[in-house]
Design a protein around this ligand. Structure first.
Ligand SMILES: [Zn+2]
Length: 294
């Protein structure tokens, strides 16, 4: 595992019709042995090195991943999607454990003071997608975005493993329960429209209640895909799941369906863990796909 030098203060933005999306990184791009995250080897990564290197993979076959949030501006609202890992949280993996990271300051420099966020959305409740839901103040977890409604997929909450002895219980206790206790949570179902042009769609498999966010405006479409896909090599090898997918068969079917839809309809995918520009178009390549950075 190696963090790579990068400029975290230049904020990549995309425009989809009248809707704007900005990404803000929490950590520098990080290179990993692929086996830590996905069911692929360095050899398989290097087989696709001609289009994966240098943005998505190193010359040694390590995969490069981002940890980042996307902020949607639509209909006069600011929607924070997947607020990363968070600070001060005890976690099992050393990369994620007890971070002390100026993410909120960076978010403000990108133009989004935390008080200005209207809606918070988590594609799912894994450690790296809901951490900044809360922050530690005087020994208590409080909502980081005090003026926001926090939308949770009803099924994801129902399936949360709150009695497990791993990170899942801790994540619920420090990143979800305080939002419920503060009365800021709202349970929603797939199809829910957040503002005109921004809606939730079910993309199960990685977790049972996993949702993606479909953005459509002015005849253009983009999808924030959470963890439907972790690394671009999975476009070429869609049967490759992450090590964290709860139902692999469903995850593979969802991944194939999202990739096919994106390729057939020229839809941009904005992907939580993709390095490089993180926004890609999907191109058909035989019975699989490749990606092209925006
Ligand atoms: Zn993730």
């Amino acid at each position: 595992m190696q963090q790579l030098p990068a400029d975290l203060e230049t904020f990549k933005r995309w425009t989809i019709g009248k809707i704007r999306v900005t990404r803000v990184l929490e950590l520098p791009p990080t290179a990993f042995d692929p086996a830590i995250f996905i069911q692929a080897t360095r050899r398989e990564i290097l087989d696709h090195g001609d289009w994966l290197c240098p943005s998505f993979a190193t010359d040694d076959g390590d995969i490069i991943l981002h940890f980042q949030a996307f902020i949607i501006e639509a209909g006069g609202k600011r929607i924070m999607v997947d607020p990363c890992i968070g600070n001060d949280k005890p976690r099992g993996h050393p990369l994620l454990d007890m971070l002390d990271n100026p993410f909120l300051e960076r978010l403000e420099r990108a133009g989004f003071p935390r008080e200005s966020i209207d809606v918070v959305l988590c594609t799912h409740l894994h450690v790296d997608h809901c951490g900044w839901n809360t922050m530690l103040v005087d020994g208590r977890w409080v909502p980081t975005f005090p003026n926001a409604r926090y939308l949770f997929a009803r099924r994801e909450i129902a399936c949360a493993e709150i009695d497990s002895d791993g990170d899942a219980a801790a994540i619920y206790q420090d990143s979800v329960q305080p939002i419920m206790d503060a009365g800021l949570a709202e349970l929603v179902d797939p199809g829910h429209v957040i503002v005109e042009g921004v809606r939730l769609e079910a993309t199960p498999g990685h977790t049972p209640g996993h949702c993606s966010i479909v953005i459509s405006s002015g005849g253009h479409e983009a999808i924030i895909t959470g963890d439907v896909i972790h690394h671009p090599v999975q476009a070429a090898l869609p049967h490759v799941s992450s090590n964290f997918c709860q139902d692999e068969a469903v995850a593979i079917a969802t991944r194939r369906s999202v990739l096919a839809h994106a390729a057939d309809h020229d839809v941009m995918l904005l992907v939580a863990h993709f390095a490089g520009s993180s926004g890609v178009y999907v191109r058909t390549d035989g019975d699989a796909w490749t990606v092209e950075e925006t």
